[in-house]
Design a protein around this ligand. Structure first.
Ligand code: F6P
Length: 556
């Protein structure tokens, strides 16, 4: 792999795309009318995912130029280097091997002298054994009671993945013996409200904490872990042996197992990970232990198999049919040539209500970069602001801007054929009503409504402009048979790999996150001033000083 990234703006393909964008006049109505095969030609499958790009703003020439761009920047070489375990995370000098977390046990991969597959499956076996013991009630709290609640303490990738997947897979949580389910709670924020309100509802005797932190050095997580430890010991009362209580009520996930031991957690309850797993790529590592407890090892294995199926699609499918490649390239087209700044993700599935938040870290921490992997400045805009809410709620909130606003907002619509909860309202299958909204919205966005169509409805002339929909608002429709653990794994891997594709085009290291460091450092520097230290106060800028003074005056 080349040490110097190819400058995408100097490629022939970029020049071609620039000229295609110049005066680009999207015409989805016309394109569909002129080409009856458009929907079929631009619909692709990847494992269980059915992905329709035909309502996107692309024609044959744009697609050909985007594929040429992928070729000229060496996308497939970089992809293969990642899968091989080369140190594509240059600024941290690390391999990037989240794909190894979901390799089957009989696969072989040795990286930097490490038998990665054996290591991954050794940890998985321990996680599964732990999950089984908690789920079956063999594992009890220090007073002998069965564990009913697992609290994951973590932030960023050590929170967003587990909470997103726990919510998404709610229908898969039942314990086999009719014992209800293990409830998971998540404490992430250093706002003491998070710990206080979560703990207030818990019974210490039946609660197990999992401290999830790759580095075991994150301020929020360690503070919350100490708060939870103090709460547990105080609530259990004086008769309980502290060491035994921690051993029975605390587990940890980290690659800093020495720090886990220093915290007082029994090494037998600690699950390792590796520096080649980025936080935002770690829900499929032991960071997913709370999820494994909630849904059980069998379902967790299906989740991993789903990731792997998509990995194989990404690794082996030619770019012209490779869904994450195509979606990533399309995002480059929208961002760098058509001026889009944000990207909406709109799951027509209430179970995916945390999916957009999950994708925000995945995509924005990965691709929000201003320098390339060789340290030179980027040559084109990078990243998109990902955001979204489940449909149909979003329809009644922000879709107005997507339909009629002045900004281009590409949107991914996600839906499932079979509902998790099939309800009927009289004669009406409510899921069908729900999906009708999905189909209607993507249609309205693509094809709009002309002034003549509005007039034909008898609308007064003065109101006509306000009721016109321009159409040509791009969407990608993603469907799957049902939101199973495997399909969820596929969806996550789809977005991981499209994020990779965009990063490869821009020549950036999508696997570091230096942009989060300065704020962390300054928080440490500011906190003595907040606590009243005069010297630290004097070292602040006038605005920050005044804000701290405001706080100190008004704190009650
Ligand atoms: O501050 C950002 C970050 O490093 C994320 O990349 C990561 O997911 C999160 O913090 C939590 O890190 P850790 O798992 O080491 O506590």
């Amino acid at each position: 792999m080349s040490a110097t990234p190819v400058d995408p703006t100097q490629t022939e393909a970029w020049k071609r795309l620039t000229s295609l964008a110049d005066g680009f006049a999207p015409d989805l109505r016309g394109w569909f009318a002129a080409d009856p095969g458009r929907a079929e030609r631009l619909t692709f499958t990847a494992a269980d995912l059915y992905v329709d790009l035909s309502k996107g703003l692309l024609d044959h020439d744009v697609l050909a130029a985007l594929l040429q761009l992928a070729d000229e920047v060496g996308l497939t070489e970089r992809r293969d280097a990642m899968f091989r375990g080369e140190h594509v995370n240059v600024t941290e000098d690390r391999a990037v091997l989240h794909t190894a977390l979901r390799l089957p046990a009989d696969a072989a991969l040795e990286v930097d002298g490490q038998d990665v597959v054996t290591d991954v499956h050794d940890v998985l076996r321990r996680v599964y054994d732990f999950a089984d013991r908690v789920r079956s009630g063999v594992w009890t709290g220090v007073t002998g009671e069965r564990i009913r609640t697992v609290v994951n303490i973590g932030i960023g990738g050590s929170d967003l993945g587990p909470v997103m997947a726990y919510e998404a897979l709610a229908p898969y949580r039942a314990l086999p013996d009719g014992q209800g389910e293990i409830e998971c709670r998540f404490i992430s924020n250093i706002d003491p409200t998070d710990a206080a309100t979560t703990l207030a509802r818990l019974d210490p005797a039946t609660t197990l904490f999992i401290v999830s932190s790759k580095t075991f050095g994150t301020l929020e997580t360690l503070t919350n872990a100490r708060l939870c430890k103090a709460w547990l010991l105080a609530e259990l009362g004086t008769g309980v042996d502290e060491k035994a209580a921690i051993a029975k009520h605390f587990a940890a996930v980290s690659n800093a197992l020495d720090k886990v031991a220093d915290f007082g957690i029994d090494p037998a309850n600690a699950f390792g990970m590796w520096d080649w797993v980025g936080g935002r790529y770690s829900v499929d590592s032991a960071i997913g232990t709370s999820l494994a407890v909630a849904i059980g090892p069998e379902r967790f294995a299906e989740f991993l198999a789903g990731f792997h199926a998509l990995d194989e699609h990404f690794r082996t499918t030619e770019p012209a049919r490779n869904v994450p490649v195509l979606m990533g390239l399309l995002n480059v087209w929208y961002t760098n040539f058509l001026g889009a700044q944000t990207h909406a993700v709109l799951p027509y599935s209430q179970l995916l209500h945390r999916f957009p938040a999950y994708l925000q870290q995945l995509t924005m921490e990965s691709n929000g970069k201003g320098v390339r992997w060789d340290g030179s400045a980027v040559t084109a805009d990078t990243g998109e602001v990902f955001w979204g809410e489940p449909g149909t709620n979003g329809q009644h909130a922000f879709y107005q801007l997507i339909h009629q606003g002045t900004r281009l907002i590409p949107a991914d619509f996600i839906a499932f054929a079979t509902p998790a909860y099939p309800l009927v309202d009289g004669e009406t299958d409510v899921h069908e009503l729900f999906l009708a909204n999905f189909f209607a919205q993507t249609r309205a966005l693509a094809f709009g409504k002309t002034a003549d169509e509005v007039r034909a409805e008898g609308t007064a002339e003065a109101i006509v402009p306000a009721r016109v929909f321009t159409g040509n608002r791009p969407t990608t429709s993603i469907m799957a048979p049902a939101l199973t653990p495997a399909v969820l794994g596929q969806l996550v891997a789809l977005y991981e790999h499209l994020t990779f594709t965009e990063g490869a085009v821009w020549g950036i290291d999508s696997f570091d996150q230096w942009g989060v460091e300065l704020g962390k450092q300054l928080a440490l520097q500011v906190s003595p001033a907040v606590a009243g230290d005069a010297e630290a106060r004097a070292a602040q800028d006038p605005s920050t000083r005044a804000l701290i003074d405001y706080y100190r005056t008004h704190r009650s």
